[in-house]
Design a protein around this ligand. Structure first.
Ligand code: ADP
Ligand code: ZN
Ligand code: ZN
Length: 765
């Protein structure tokens, strides 16, 4: 189908993007019209010529063909900053599935309602003698106010308008009169709300290590040679990655380029920011959720106008419209907060690669526990890999004990604390050192496992944990496989087949019972409803006002507590047995991070990992802090089961007012894809030889449809949720599938139903 229509938005700003107009693309302009290009079009009743941006092109129109006007001309000046943003939005829409409007709203900043802040200044326009003469004239005429202004200007060439108006008690008329006489001029200058208020202190410069120098030189060498690349820096916390980022950004700025520094919102601490401000001064800014809309908008303007070199922030900082971007750094690239949870459900790491490609910029990814995706690509040679193994300073890796909870049960210990953990907590209380206890409960996963042999009930098709469902059933949330909840363990026959119910509150109670003298703080979603309470708990613990901190995964991230010498993971199984394919990876990351909390100061740390599956590779390798060993086993599982990054996965989530509606739509959508697969395979010769097979046919055959089934949370806010998954080795094939489904849904004109797409999902639906 020829793409002969263009959607054009005349006034493009975040608030007004919902009004695209369709125009015909004249054949002679066909090659020059694509999303992001500025065009001229006849607009309105009088057909006034207006400029607008092309945001989408298509082969169809919903309007009567004869009523569609044609694009007059293409702006030949090339792609603007705004055009760039539209291209990114278009890419997001295509790559992740959403409407163009939702994509534009992700990329374009919100225009704040407040006006641009302005201030006036007064500049003298006469020098020496002339000014004195004017002053004497005023005095002679008893124009006291005017005289006061001129006297002030004798000493200072420029003065803030508001200040002298108030301090010298003069009316605006006095200024205007003097301006008319040519004595001074009043100018308005824009100024920005600056979220950064900190004295640029003296920075203590370190001497870079050999590895640090090598990384910086490689990145910058490639860049200068015109081959910007993607780099993965694998280094434990404290190994000096941030120094590397600072070094690269500094050289980029030296070349007149700008940098985007992404960090997970939770890691955006004052300390981190301070390091950047100390190095780069006020040409650094930050975008995060605590800024007002006005502040956010101003940072974006500063970036656009060339007043900033570096922007630091979470996911959304990626869309900062820099004129000449040199590098995007994605720190802690494995963090799940880099994936957007609303449409378009983009991943910041993947989007960074796309934006960098458009700007010919470099991308530096960093992590202590790289995502399987990033490491896989580094192994394949798509990214250059750097390993930073040593920690700076004296702090040593902690000693890790893995405790087999099956053994504890055999010995008659039914407490949530193993004997080893209890003994070590006791020791800490006596020594006046602190303990962190960590219960990695997350979401709603209700897995069932055997307390005697550790066996976990899993889906025979998907190799992920089954979840408890309606009391006596177990359900796979990928494929919908269901079975009756067994009474006895299928492996050892024991009756101790159960879920895991304990929460942080029960742990707190158990602590108070077993260690009545200990001062305990608890931190979880309940105790940290406000941001303040979160910080209050952390600072109370940092001030050693408590001996033990119990919490969910939010306690393992960031934050150094030098007096913490013991970290206990109460049930590693909780994250290990989540019902999705990332459970092993997430467990490895959490355990590694948790272990990193112990012994940050001068005292050596100890870590206790309690589990029913001590033989699981995630636990074995986390205990040894062996990323490589973990990765090698994890990637075998991904390859065998065709989970990302070995293949790609698309989750299609359907919400509906009525349960049957969603069920039917899911079936119909899956059927539409199956039909397409069959027609793709039709050209195959009977004997199945590959010779007659075209590339497309081969690829359609490799598509897998899993489900549809009821989602893990079957109903939210009175809306029913159904889900199905598609797997294919080629991402672009899944994009094609998404296009087909979008088209299918458009034809059906869905009512009371929505469909969302999620590529390589980070969560189960
Ligand atoms: P990461 O980002 O990997 O956690 P940082 O860059 O924050 O590591 O480094 C951890 C600490 O070590 C910081 O206090 C930093 O100043 C210090 N450091 C990093 N590199 C060096 C170096 N080459 N020489 C001395 N100290 C260093
Ligand atoms: Zn068993
Ligand atoms: Zn399954």
């Amino acid at each position: 189908m020829a793409k002969q229509y263009a959607d054009v938005i005349i006034d493009i700003s975040h608030d007004k993007v919902d009004r695209p107009f369709q125009y015909r693309i004249p054949p002679e302009l066909a090659k020059e019209v694509y999303p992001g290009v500025r065009v001229y079009v006849p607009f309105g009743k009088g057909n006034l010529e207006k400029a607008g941006y092309v945001v989408d092109i298509s082969g169809q129109t919903e309007y009567p063909v004869e009523k569609i006007k044609s694009i007059t001309a293409v702006d030949g000046k090339g792609i603007t900053v705004q055009g760039n943003q539209i291209q990114i939005a278009y890419w997001l829409k295509r790559q992740y599935g959403s409407t163009m409007i939702a994509a534009l709203k992700t990329v374009l900043p919100v225009k704040h309602k407040l006006k641009q802040l302005e201030r006036k200044k007064v500049t003298r326009c006469m020098e020496g003698e002339a000014l004195l003469e004017a002053l004497q004239l005023c005095e002679k005429k008893h124009q006291a106010a005017k005289a006061r202004i001129l006297r002030a200007l004798l000493t200072d060439e420029v003065l803030p308008y508001e200040l002298i108006r108030q301090k010298l008690n003069v009316s605006p008329a006095a200024f205007t009169a003097l301006e008319k006489q040519g004595c001074l001029k009043i100018e308005t200058e824009a100024y920005y709300r600056n979220p950064v208020r900190c004295a640029a202190g003296e920075e203590k410069r370190v001497v870079l290590s050999k590895v640090q120098q090598e990384i910086i030189e490689t990145v910058m060498g490639d860049y200068r040679a015109g081959h910007p690349g993607t780099y993965l820096v694998h280094g434990v916390t404290g190994s000096g990655k941030t120094e590397v980022y600072l070094g690269i950004i500094e050289q980029m700025i030296g070349m007149g380029k700008q940098a985007i520094m992404l960090i997970p919102e939770i890691a955006l601490t004052y300390q981190t920011l301070l390091r950047f401000y100390k190095r780069f001064g006020d040409r650094v800014s930050v975008i995060n959720s605590s800024l007002s809309q006005g502040e956010k908008y101003d940072q974006i303007r500063r970036a656009k106008e060339g007043a900033l070199d570096v922007i630091i922030g979470p996911r959304s900082a990626l869309f900062t419209p820099f004129p000449d971007l040199g590098v995007i750094v994605v720190d802690e690239e494995h963090e799940s907060s880099y994936k957007s949870e609303s449409m378009p459900k983009y991943h910041a790491r993947e989007t960074a690669l796309q934006i960098a490609a458009m700007h010919r910029a470099s991308v530096v990814l960093g992590s202590a526990t790289p995502s399987t995706e990033a490491y896989y690509r580094a192994q394949r040679g798509d990214y250059k890999l750097f390993e930073m193994t040593a920690r700076h300073g004296a702090s040593m890796l902690p000693k890790v004990y893995t405790i087999d909870l099956r053994e504890e049960l055999k010995q008659g210990n039914r407490s949530v604390f193993s004997r080893k953990l209890r003994e070590l907590i006791d020791g800490r209380l006596q020594a006046g050192e602190q303990t962190m206890l960590f219960l990695n409960r997350r979401g709603y996963a209700g897995f069932i496992s055997c307390r005697v042999c550790g066996h976990v009930m899993k889906c025979p098709h998907c190799d992920v944990s089954l979840s408890e469902h309606r009391g006596n059933m177990l359900l796979c949330h990928y494929c919908g496989y269901e079975e009756h909840r067994a009474e006895k363990c299928p492996v050892c026959g024991s009756r101790y087949l159960m879920g895991f119910k304990a929460g942080t509150e029960q742990i707190e109670e158990a602590l108070q019972k077993e260690f009545p003298k200990a001062r305990v703080l608890r931190m979880d979603a309940d105790t940290t409803k406000s941001k303040e309470s979160y910080e209050k708990i952390l600072s109370a613990f940092a001030d050693e006002k408590a001996d033990i901190l119990v919490g969910t995964q939010m306690i393992v991230k960031g934050h150094d507590f030098p007096n913490v010498t013991l970290v206990g993971v109460l049930a590693a199984d909780l994250s290990l047995n989540q019902n999705d394919y990332r459970a092993g990876e997430r467990t490895f990351q959490l355990l590694t991070q948790a272990a990193g909390r112990a012994g940050r100061g001068n005292k050596p740390g100890e870590v206790v990992i309690q589990t029913y599956q001590p033989e699981h590779y995630s636990i074995i390798h986390a205990a040894k802090q062996d990323y490589r060993g973990f990765y090698e086993e994890e990637i075998l599982y991904r390859e065998f089961m065709q989970y990302p990054p070995a293949a790609h996965m698309l989750a299609v989530l359907i919400t509906s007012r009525q349960q049957e509606q969603g069920e039917t739509l899911g079936d119909e959508m899956a059927a539409a894809i199956t039909k397409r697969m069959r027609s793709g395979a039709q050209g195959l010769p009977e004997d199945g030889t590959v010779s007659g097979e075209t590339e497309t046919e081969k690829t359609w055959q490799r598509l897998q449809i899993i489900g549809p089934t009821e989602a893990a949370i079957g109903k939210i806010n009175d809306l029913y949720r159904h889900v199905f998954y598609l797997k294919h080795p080629d991402y672009q094939m899944l994009v094609q599938v998404k296009d087909i489904l979008e088209h299918f849904c458009k034809e059906k004109e869905l009512k009371n139903q929505t469909v969302q797409y999620d590529f390589d999902p980070m969560n189960t639906y």
